[in-house]
Design a protein around this ligand. Structure first.
Ligand code: AMP
Ligand code: GLY
Length: 428
């Protein structure tokens, strides 16, 4: 089996890393990164993720048996439709299915029609109407640009001035077309968890629940980021709660997608708030694997990943046996560039990855590239250092010990990843 992975982040490195441990004959990453280039049987092909023709040609030339799409952008542009129309098995939803992430108003309507618990929201195409509604609702309130905004389109506003500024920013073009519509949403409290599901559009198999640390600062403070670290599984999410999430959220949404004639084969990622009184509510859906959630889920997967992905792509997930997991837990600490998620520097030389890996962890590369044979920083989130073991205390300590081995100018990381589970007692 030959697999082509689209994308260049830590998530794609983790997917390629997992596949490289199995019987997969060849892995092609488009465009991949310095980490994927170093994996066994793995090759990078420098094409853009939205170069459909180039990717289609690469798939034909190399006789690829499965394409796995990592990021939301090519999905939202219809890469799965394009490749599938050429008879290529693809893990990743169609353009219509990707709307679940690419349009928050579309996703909200889908959830409401399916009776799925989610924050109450109103959609606006006019700034004055949105502001009048916000004044009537009061704060805190959440303002969201409708479309893909690279994780920057959401403002949790605690003052009216912040909420109104967020409305102005969206309608003022800060997020381009993504801000032509704005959702004003009820503010939910509780703990956030990520429940990722593999689906072939009919059947579902839930992956281990993960918790991401979205804020830049320790104690979950400061600006939102793509994710500064994660751990899995989440002790708070008991098997009974997973069943409830499957019955009340996942299955109704998969059914609603089917009813709209949408062929959804890939990951359905539910970002949930575990509200103290109302149970789990959906904050957002993503149409892809989470980053850095994937970096903590895959090390614990026992079932060969390629079997699951191909079963989804070929719509035979119902015949696949239940997913098997290794015992134990995993934690990932993301190291970022100084200044992230604001403006940050690039091009700092990175050293110490081999020493870190020598401690038995996986160092997943995200914002990196080679310049004159030297690995340098090339993005906001630079590396994801993942360790796994019997308990959280051990896995987290190992991840941090490995982070200490890695050096580059301006290395920033949170020192409290997994603080809710660190002591080993399930206090979250
Ligand atoms: P999203 O891009 O929709 O995941 O939002 C980014 C982050 O904003 C989430 O991870 C939450 O921390 C926060 N957020 C989004 N919607 C809400 C909400 N309705 N209530 C409270 N926090 C929210
Ligand atoms: N870690 C959040 C995301 O993948 O969207």
């Amino acid at each position: 089996m030959k697999v082509l992975i689209i994308g260049s982040g830590g998530r794609e490195h983790a997917l390629a890393w997992k596949l490289s441990q199995s019987d997969v004959e060849q892995i092609v990453c488009v465009p991949g990164n310095g980490g994927t280039a170093a994996l066994k049987r793995c090759e990078n092909v420098p094409l853009a993720v939205d170069d459909f023709q180039g990717i289609g040609q690469c798939v034909q030339e190399r006789q690829i048996s499965l394409v796995v799409v990592g990021p939301e952008l090519p999905l939202s542009l219809g890469i799965s439709d394009y490749l599938r129309s050429q008879g290529i098995p693809v893990f990743g939803p169609t353009q219509a299915g990707a709307q679940i992430e690419a349009s928050k108003s579309w996703a909200k309507e889908l959830m409401q029609s399916a009776g799925v618990p989610t924050a109450a929201a109103q959609t606006f195409t006019d700034a004055n109407a949105a502001k009048a509604y916000i004044r009537a609702q009061g704060v805190p309130v959440v303002v969201k640009a409708d479309g893909l905004a690279a994780g920057k389109g959401v403002t949790v506003a605690t003052t009216l001035a912040q909420a109104e500024a967020a409305v102005d920013a969206a309608f003022g073009g800060t997020f381009g077309l993504a801000g032509e519509k704005v959702l004003v949403e009820e503010y939910l409290t509780g703990q956030e968890v990520s429940v990722l599901v593999l689906t072939d559009g009919v059947s579902v198999q839930l992956l281990l629940p993960a918790q991401d640390h979205k804020r830049i600062g320790e104690g979950d403070t400061g600006a939102n980021t793509g994710g500064m670290g994660a751990y899995a599984p989440v002790p708070l999410v008991t098997p009974a709660l997973m069943d409830q999430i499957q019955r009340e959220i996942i299955e109704p949404v998969v059914m609603a997608l089917q009813q709209r004639g949408i062929d959804y084969r890939g990951v359905l990622y539910a970002g949930l708030m575990l509200t103290p009184k109302g149970g789990p509510k959906v904050i957002e859906f993503n149409c892809r694997f989470g980053d850095p959630e994937t970096q903590v889920i895959l090390p614990l997967l026992e079932t060969p990943l390629e079997d699951l992905l191909l079963a989804c792509a070929e719509q035979r997930l119902a015949q696949a046996p239940p997913i098997r997991w290794k015992t134990g837990v995993a934690a990932c600490v993301v190291t970022a560039a100084q200044g992230y998620p604001g403006a940050y520097t690039k091009g700092q030389a990175i050293s110490g990855i081999e020493q870190a890996e020598g401690l038995g962890v996986a160092v997943f590369q995200a914002g990196t590239k080679f310049r004159d044979q030297q690995l340098v920083t090339d993005g906001g989130r630079v590396l994801g250092v993942t360790a796994w073991g019997e308990n959280f205390a051990q896995a987290i300590a190992e991840a941090y010990a490995a982070v200490e081995q890695i050096h580059y100018e301006g290395k920033y990381y949170r020192r409290d990843i997994g603080y809710r589970v660190r002591a080993g007692s399930a206090t979250c």
